[in-house]
Design a protein around this ligand. Structure first.
Ligand SMILES: [Zn+2]
Length: 321
């Protein structure tokens, strides 16, 4: 489905087959030169959907802006960027995107998860079917890096880059101050809570995320264009809900620790998840991975705030109230 959102701005809903997210919203800004914001996975269903949108709009060439490193956002860049296209991203995620096209990135991430208690026995299953690995772009991308405050002009809009680390270490939004439009990638989502997890170069991602929410809360936004799900009517209300969600999660993590030393994996197992499984053992493998990532980000936040302790035993982190 291709929908016009505002003058020269279109939203294309790109399917993400067999993925709990179901769809991604790619945005296309038309004009003298065009800009595509986020792409979909590197798989044929996504490519076809995006090609249809380009045909419908009569577009052949486009520049591309990638909000962050996840493969549902950047997987198709090499297929849509022509030689003369400019491909923008923040430097932190740009570097990671080019790193994640190789195996070393995943090896380092695996080692990090082992350190946070993810059992080796779960690994084969997880690493093989992790969608991030399967549908990532397969070559290096020649990015043009944008930094805080840089302005991109497309379709009559002046889009200012706003760094919003948290969901990923180099997540970036685009903001038109005059039109009060914010392209927010996965920083704020309406229907789900953005996944906050450990990443290479982000040791306390929840702190980063909460700081970035506070930063965006100060902007005057009338139209919030999210990368997944239906539009968010009121950004400020949604931000309040997200604060509350993380407050509750932090309290839950402390409660689950009780008076024992536990790994993030063990805490994740006991947290409440909105997923239709009878128990942890039934969780699909990638969901265990995401859940553990969430537990890590909350425990690390508590640890760095001085509210809980952390100890390393046999190369694995344990946390205690
Ligand atoms: Zn994402």
């Amino acid at each position: 489905m291709l929908t016009q959102i505002a003058d020269n701005i279109y939203r294309k809903v790109v399917p993400l087959p067999n993925n709990p997210l179901r769809e991604i919203n790619a945005y296309i800004i038309t004009g003298e030169k065009n800009l595509l914001i986020d792409t979909g996975f590197n798989r044929p269903e996504c490519e076809e959907a995006l090609r249809n949108a380009f045909d419908e709009l009569g577009i052949e060439k486009t520049d591309v802006f990638i909000t962050h490193l996840h493969s549902d956002h950047c997987g198709l860049v090499p297929k849509f960027a022509k030689e003369e296209s400019i491909i923008y991203s923040g430097e932190t995620d740009g570097e990671l995107m080019n790193f994640e096209a190789g195996n070393l990135y995943w090896k380092i991430l695996d080692d990090m998860f082992l350190k946070f208690g993810f059992p080796k026995a779960e690994f084969g299953r997880n690493t093989d079917i992790h969608p991030g690995r399967k549908y990532v772009h397969d070559c290096k991308i020649d990015f043009t890096y944008v930094a805080e405050g840089d302005v991109l002009e497309y379709g009559g809009y002046k889009l200012k880059a706003v760094e919003t680390p948290g969901h990923t270490p180099g997540h970036m939004c685009l903001y038109d101050e005059e039109k009060k439009i914010l392209f927010c990638g996965d920083h704020i989502l309406g229907t789900i809570t953005p996944n906050i997890t450990i990443e290479l170069s982000a040791d306390n991602p929840l702190q980063d995320y909460l700081d970035s929410l506070a930063k965006v809360e100060k902007l005057d936004v009338k139209m919030l264009l999210t990368a997944h799900g239906t539009p968010v009517e009121n950004m400020y209300d949604r931000i309040k809900e997200l604060y509350k969600h993380h407050e509750d999660r932090l309290a839950e993590a402390v409660y689950i620790l009780g008076d024992q030393w536990k790994t993030p994996y063990e805490v994740a197992r006991d947290m409440t998840w909105e997923i239709e499984c009878r128990n942890w053992e039934e969780f699909p493998a990638p969901q265990k991975w995401f859940a553990t990532g969430e537990a890590i980000s909350h425990l690390q936040y508590l640890y760095y705030s001085g509210k809980i302790s952390r100890e390393e035993r046999n190369s694995i982190y344990y946390y205690h109230k």
